[in-house]
Ligand binder design. Sequence first.
Ligand SMILES: NC(=O)C1=CN([C@@H]2O[C@H](COP(=O)(O)OP(=O)(O)OC[C@H]3O[C@@H](n4cnc5c(N)ncnc54)[C@H](O)[C@@H]3O)[C@@H](O)[C@H]2O)C=CC1
Ligand SMILES: O=C([O-])C1=[NH+]CCC1
Length: 311
Amino acid sequence: MDGPPAVIWREEVERLLRYEDLVPRLEQALGLFSRRDAAAVLQPVRTAVPLSKHGGFFLLMPAYMEQDGVLCTKLVCAYKREDESSLPATQATVMLLDPLYGNVKAVMDGEVITAMRTAAVSAISAKAVCPAAPDAGTAPPQCIVVFNLFNVRLLLQVRVWSHSKERAESFVASLGGAASACVLVEAAVSGADAIVTATRSTEPLLLGRWVKPGAHVAAVGACRPDWRELDDRLMEEAVVYADSREAAMVESGDIILSGAEVFAELGEVLNGTKPAHRDKTTVFKSLGLAVEDAVSAKLVFDQWEDRTSSV
Ligand SMILES: NC(=O)C1=CN([C@@H]2O[C@H](COP(=O)(O)OP(=O)(O)OC[C@H]3O[C@@H](n4cnc5c(N)ncnc54)[C@H](O)[C@@H]3O)[C@@H](O)[C@H]2O)C=CC1
Ligand SMILES: O=C([O-])C1=[NH+]CCC1
């Protein structure tokens, strides 16, 4: 119990966290969250502190899983500015604590955890409500983890768009030709069965008239009440799912400003208490949940403990 916390940084987190472990744990965690069972998951809507001077916001994301003995919080700074900084626009650090005594067990890199669990939950949403193995278009090019996950499990063809042509092309090149870059969003999404938007856009960039009826949209960006990625027509025509109803009503500009109703949480579909409308156009509004970080950090820490105790 005593002694300094373990520090588990980027390279080690990348080595220790595997999708084959992560995806089932996330599906279980999303279902537990949607049951609103306080003994299973306690997760308030996160606190957001605007960093107006710097064009960003600071998020404090606690979660407590009493039955699993997991107490975790993630600190995130996310920025909408386009600058030459070599630092990522979303920076995150995760702290895993012992709920019995309150001591910090580990401090770990949150960027890999955030990228992997966000991609995994997007893929889980597609698996839960997509009609079939889709032929997809992915909007901006930084979703390498989304591509790997979707491509492994679901997709036959991937098209990529970014408002930076260079980023789109370098991303496609990094995928070894398994995708193609598009100059226009419309070309990237036309006819696609599954679309992922994960941009820092604050205005709608995916228009409902471009989206094939019955397609699934996993909307990862626009996690602020005045930010948009999706236009009103898409929000009106689609059946809208979210990771958290409470978070959506406070954080999602696409839901708040369009007046769209959240039909169900992803966890409710996974629990079988709400239907997956696979025959309709669907939007999964992903905001990011602390419980996703908690199960990810627990997986990393358990793997880290196994390896250090066996040395
Ligand atoms: N739902 C979730 O769980 C999470 C959501 N996010 C959100 O996802 C978005 C992407 O996050 P990151 O991958 O860290 O950002 P990033 O900076 O790595 O990539 C964002 C992409 O958006 C592009 N972009 C910037 N301004 C744009 C505009 N006006 N129109 C279109 N594209 C634009 C950038 O060129 C870049 O390719 C952010 O809004 C972030 O807040 C981030 C982490 C988790
Ligand atoms: O869940 C998360 O880590 C985030 N959601 C929006 C910005 C970062």
